[in-house]
Design a binder for this molecule. Structure first.
Ligand SMILES: Nc1nc2c(c(=O)[nH]1)N[C@H]1C(S)=C(S)[C@@H](COP(=O)(O)O)O[C@H]1N2
Ligand SMILES: [Mo]
Length: 323
């Protein structure tokens, strides 16, 4: 079967949403025309080229996501920008350098252990984990605490679907994420900018919210290393740093877990980290943001524009104190 691989397609071909859609239709057409597997139920994060999933390969049968939030009428950020302007401190603190430093990052074999206060603790092989639920396209706003933003077409599935599999116990109130810290592959682990491994957390009700996803793909393809391959968290109403990349362990716990950015700067980064234009960072305003690829500034929206969906999670809470 003749399917163009990501490598064969110049990045200049995929620098905006309409080209991306054309390309997706093209690939889908090729798949339908040439495929022996006409079943819609083979959702793999790897292609027919082989068992070893590579970054940047087409993900089969990406579903339209159920409407967890109204679609956003904003242009998706070009693939090139999403994959070359990254925060991933294990590789580099220079956003423009991460892609290069991460280009040989090995994501197979890979396991994710889900443990703690659950009925059925389990270590998943990544390819089994990615099959728990069909891959859905989720186009979300992404707002970094540093005042830049993007619109990113993730491919993923609700974190709640994974939690279904392990069955959290009633004592579980929070969820903790731990990401890979491999000195052989990650050149910046010798620095002490952050406490390694990078850890993040959510309250359990936040984790179960239908907007919260585990993403294994981007623009219809498996994630490149710099965006958190093979699996990363995406919580669209929170600042980007909640979105832990390259997850290896998930633990259900009773108490609020420590988080890397809060340890590094407790006055600057709280546990909740909800996007909030009314709560400035001690060193800068959070009222506006620069959308990558645009001139000028946009107003930052409360909960990054997802207030209708998530504000009730925080009713009665002081969001200035609980930043
Ligand atoms: N493991 C790990 N995850 C991480 C980070 C990191 O340095 N290490 N940076 C965070 C920050 S600050 C942001 S804004 C997002 C960036 O995700 P992106 O590069 O896919 O846009 O990843 C988050 N997840
Ligand atoms: Mo960020």
């Amino acid at each position: 079967m003749l399917i163009k691989k990501a490598d064969d397609i110049k990045s200049s071909e995929i620098t905006d949403k309409s080209l991306y859609l054309n390309r997706r239709l093209f690939i889908r057409g090729a798949t339908l025309a040439g495929s022996a597997v006409a079943t819609g139920f083979i959702y793999r994060y790897f292609t027919s080229h082989g068992e070893v999933a590579q970054s940047g390969e087409k993900i089969a049968d990406v579903q339209e996501a159920p409407p967890a939030a109204p679609p956003i009428n904003e242009k998706s950020t070009p693939y090139e920008d999403i994959t070359h302007y990254n925060n991933f401190y294990e590789f580099s603190t220079d956003k423009l350098e991460v892609a290069n430093k991460a280009r040989r990052f090995v994501t197979r074999p890979w396991t994710v252990t889900v443990e703690g206060l659950v009925q059925k603790a389990r270590t998943f092989d990544i390819d089994d984990l990615l099959k728990i639920s069909p891959p859905e396209e989720r186009i979300y706003r992404h707002r970094c605490v540093e005042r830049w933003s993007m619109v990113i077409p993730w491919v993923g599935f609700p974190l709640a679907k994974l939690l279904d599999q392990v069955q959290p116990l009633s004592q579980a109130k929070f969820i903790a994420f731990e990401t890979l810290a491999d000195r052989k592959q990650m050149p910046n682990l010798g620095s002490d900018v952050l406490d390694w491994p990078y850890v993040e957390g959510l309250r359990l009700d936040e984790a179960l919210h239908p907007l919260t996803i585990l993403a294994g793909g981007l623009y219809g393809e498996t994630l490149p290393p710099q965006n958190g391959a093979p699996l990363r968290l995406v919580v669209p109403w929170k600042y980007g740093f909640k979105g832990a990349k390259s997850i290896v362990r998930i633990r259900l716990v009773e108490d609020q877990p420590p988080t890397s950015w809060n340890i590094a700067g407790p006055r600057e980064y709280g546990f909740y980290s909800n996007v909030n234009p009314n709560r400035d960072h001690p060193r800068w305003s959070q009222k506006s943001e620069r959308r990558i690829g645009e001139f000028g500034l946009r107003d930052t929206l409360i909960f990054n524009g997802y207030g209708d969906q998530v504000a009730q999670l925080y009713s009665g809470m002081d969001l200035i104190k609980n930043y």
